[in-house]
Design a protein around this ligand. Structure first.
Ligand SMILES: Nc1ncnc2c1ncn2[C@@H]1O[C@H](COP(=O)(O)OP(=O)(O)O)[C@@H](O)[C@H]1O
Ligand SMILES: [Mg+2]
Length: 400
């Protein structure tokens, strides 16, 4: 079926969607090449079709998402791209959508920043039984990530509600990471804890940091705008791509991200878990988005007895281990780790709730606090070693 790829009310290109499985199967006229999603190569005003196809596919819920197969079965759909098409590709993280070519719908009529949306699909993704006729119009179809999650309007605000995996630690980690950032003055979207369903499952809740005037562009798309040069490391390449686009405060924001990730031992800062914000009307870059998705940290997937606080934890996105990656921080002197004094008590308070203790027992709480204490101490020692040791770093870069 013929659709228009839209960016708010800007017509971007004619596209064809296969209604059997929601795949993008054709492209027609291009009306506005500069609004083709960032990272898709455009030659003489024509976007690379394979890249556009892959962009559409990656906009749908990944098949690795916990519970997606069951949800698709319940919704009687074959692929998550079908669900994406039913939701017109609308998201609460950016402003792209698809409009049937013969329709006169306007962005104002459909966007979820201003219009209410159904929680039916979100609830099914959380494992609820469907109840009556389902309303498919929701931003869930265009949401990324592997944890169970749903968008919900709470007190008039669009919020992302997210569960945990095997040890249910991720929601707590989101809150802990936010508290650490807050003390250090690092821009981080505030996370709170909530408990859902009859088993009072812990979930994290954060507000949408994208507004009707802005959008998030994940780092993975930014790093596609320029090819990597020979001998260039991933950090330098990413900085060059950001600077090429005119993103402000790149080095400062990366310093903040790297410092926080070191402190929490984040293992999953892949190129979808950080990004920049852009003004949708002017296409100007506003800077990095506040930090989000810190759940995969503090040894979240390790059985309690095996948690070792001083382990050199694996890192992403620039190098493989935090002890190496941290050395990309350009201005370590900016971070006053003394501001973290007593953070353990603040974090212990988060666990001081029967609903929290039902999932994170006393032994695990103690280990989590020990990891935080140890990593603050390790980073303090590293920061005292001035200037940075660059030998290991150079070797690490060669390994990339
Ligand atoms: N507060 C937010 N505002 C807008 N978009 C968000 C926000 N938090 C996350 N996202 C978007 O939703 C996606 C999934 O959220 P994320 O927290 O990364 O989940 P997961 O832990 O499953 O990877 C992110 O990749 C990002 O695109
Ligand atoms: Mg994520």
């Amino acid at each position: 079926m013929k659709y228009l790829l839209m960016h708010q009310n800007f017509e971007v290109a004619e596209i064809d969607i296969d209604m059997d499985d929601g795949r993008l199967c054709g492209m027609g006229k291009v009306f506005c090449a500069e609004r083709i999603p960032v990272g898709i190569a455009v030659h003489d005003g024509t976007p690379d079709f394979d890249m556009l196809k892959s962009w559409w596919m990656h906009r749908s819920i990944p098949i690795s998402r916990s519970g997606i197969r069951k949800a698709l079965e319940v919704l009687e759909m074959q692929t998550s791209q079908e669900l994406l098409t039913k939701c017109m590709g609308l998201s609460l993280s950016d402003q792209y959508w698809v409009k049937p070519q013969d329709s006169d719908l306007q962005w104002e009529d459909v966007n979820f920043f201003d219009n209410e949306f159904s929680e039916d699909v979100g609830n099914i993704l959380f494992g609820d039984k469907p109840n009556g006729t389902l309303n498919m119009l929701s931003p869930e179809g265009a949401s990324d990530g592997w944890l169970k999650k749903k968008w919900k309007i709470i007190d008039g605000k669009r919020c992302l509600v997210k569960g945990g995996s095997s040890f249910y630690q991720e929601p707590f980690n989101e809150v802990i990471a936010y508290r650490i950032s807050k003390r250090l003055g690092i821009a981080h979207i505030p996370y709170t804890l909530s408990y859902e369903g009859k088993n009072r499952m812990p979930v994290s809740v954060c507000e949408d940091f994208v507004t009707r005037d802005t959008e998030l562009i994940p780092a993975g798309f930014i790093s596609k705008v320029l090819p990597m040069e020979q001998g260039e490391n991933k950090y330098a390449h990413f900085v060059r791509c950001c600077e090429h686009l005119g993103v402000p405060r790149v080095q400062e924001s990366l310093d903040e991200l790297l410092v926080l990730d070191y402190l929490i031992g984040n293992q999953d800062r892949h190129a979808g878990n950080f990004g920049v914000l852009r003004d949708v009307k002017t296409l100007t870059y506003l800077g990095f988005s506040p930090i989000y998705d810190c759940g995969t940290s503090l040894r979240y997937d390790t059985p309690t007895v095996y948690i070792e606080p001083d382990l050199d934890i694996e890192s992403q996105p620039f190098l493989h281990f935090h002890n190496e990656q941290i050395q990309f921080v350009q201005h370590p002197e900016v971070f006053d780790l003394e501001k973290l004094a007593g953070i353990e008590e603040e974090i212990a308070e988060i666990f001081n709730d029967d609903r929290a203790a039902a999932y994170i027992d006393a032994a695990r709480q103690e280990k989590i606090l020990a990891v935080i204490t140890k990593r603050i101490q390790m980073l303090t020692e590293l920061l005292e070693q001035q200037p940075w040791e660059t030998e290991e770093l150079e070797q690490g870069m060669k390994m990339e």
